[in-house]
Design a protein around this ligand. Structure first.
Ligand code: NDP
Length: 337
């Protein structure tokens, strides 16, 4: 059983060498009456929230990884053996699993069974999985978008952002996204249907850049990055605007978070700024999947993935999220479907 092990807690930017490949020759078996299942992992998901888990943290909503043990994350897997009444051999599932070829899942209640299989299975790490419900809940439920409103999305070509932009278009909003390369900006405009897009790395003055794209201001900001971007956005928000704080990736590798300077805008513009977690919207999962799968089949929503081949490539794929190497949702294929 090949496994990707976290060697030790990480500080600063994570490196591939913070993880190592190990081969564990212990044969995995589900114990009778254990309620656990044995799965064969097919796809593993690389997600930014995994970085805080590589640090010893307390009081976070996720637990730290255990150095010396396999990384844990979302994945798509096939059940190989089961001691749980709800799961049987050959069931396809998505949810928390280990970064290894085979995993014993001791709390399979946390797994979602996959029923719709005429879409790529890897989608259950992205558009039909945690990032998808994040985009759906954060945008529709938290931002209450209305036709004609202006929407700005940062890290817009990624797993969550590309969907938020497409949802905004489905709502009749005007949407602009930012991303960190020319290739990503092209994707935003030509593949995901954003009204406009820019490369934030090429802008000296983010406040002026946003003013260019939103001369009358931003109604909804879907926040994925934080830091300087948030400060520039605050100055460009419209009165009664909403900011959904999904993530702050620019801060995850810093020893000390950058301060935000323009919070007074919350008062003067009567803004609503709210954080949320994907889990908050899990009760809406079925409603969300029904909507999105029909959109996928009708060609109204598309999804770009960046699939790395083989479990050996997982450390590099995860680390790449923090330099923007991924183009679309970063997935690792561990085994054929
Ligand atoms: P992405 O697929 O967007 O990958 C991360 C991207 O972030 C990179 O490709 C890069 O794109 C960008 N990035 C990396 N470092 C920086 C930086 N210093 N400044 C600006 N941009 C940076 O990831 P996801 O879509 O999975 O996640 C997006 C955000 O949503 C993250 O903040 C994540 O933590 C958050 N999230 C929150 C959830 C929740 O429950 N609240 C659930 C899922 C995600 P580029 O080339 O454009 O710079």
């Amino acid at each position: 059983n090949k496994q990707i092990i976290l060697k030790n807690y990480v500080s600063g930017f994570p490196k591939e060498s913070d993880m190592e490949l190990k081969i564990n020759s212990i044969k995995l078996k589900v114990a009778e009456n254990s309620n656990s299942v044995l799965v064969k992992n097919i796809y593993l998901s690389c997600d930014p929230y995994m970085r805080p888990r590589m640090t010893k943290t307390e009081g976070s909503y996720t637990e730290s990884f255990t150095p010396g043990s396999p990384i844990v994350g979302f994945g798509v897997a096939r059940v190989v053996d089961s001691a749980h009444p709800d799961f049987k051999e050959d069931d396809l599932v998505w949810g928390m699993t280990g970064w290894e070829e085979y995993s014993i899942i001791t709390a399979p209640e946390t797994l979602f069974k996959i029923h719709i299989t005429d879409v790529p299975l890897s989608y259950y790490t992205g558009i039909l999985g945690m990032p998808g419900i994040t985009a759906y809940g954060g945008f529709y439920e938290l931002c209450s978008p209305k036709k004609g409103e202006t929407v700005y999305v940062s890290a817009a070509s990624g797993a969550v952002g590309q969907l938020v932009g497409q949802f905004a278009k489905l709502c009749g909003c005007y949407v602009v996204g930012s991303a960190g390369s020319k290739e990503k900006v092209e994707l935003l405009k030509n593949k995901f249907g954003f009204d406009d897009a820019f490369n934030y790395k090429e802008e000296q003055d983010l406040t002026a850049a946003l003013k260019r794209y939103f001369p009358d201001g931003i109604d909804i900001y879907f926040e994925n990055v934080g830091g300087k971007m948030l400060d520039a956005v605050l100055l460009n928000m419209r009165i009664h605007g909403r900011i959904a704080v999904c993530g702050l990736i620019s801060q995850y590798n810093l020893e000390q978070n950058e301060g935000v300077h323009n919070l007074f805008c919350l008062i003067s513009k009567r803004l609503r700024m709210q954080g949320f977690l994907a889990f908050d919207y899990y009760p809406l999962y079925q409603k969300f999947v029904d909507m999105v799968t029909s959109h996928i089949k009708e060609g109204k929503v598309t999804y770009v993935e960046d699939i790395a081949e083989g479990i050996e490539s997982a450390p590099g794929a995860l680390v790449g999220l923090f330099s923007g190497r991924n183009v679309g949702k970063q997935v690792v294929r561990v085994a054929p479907e």
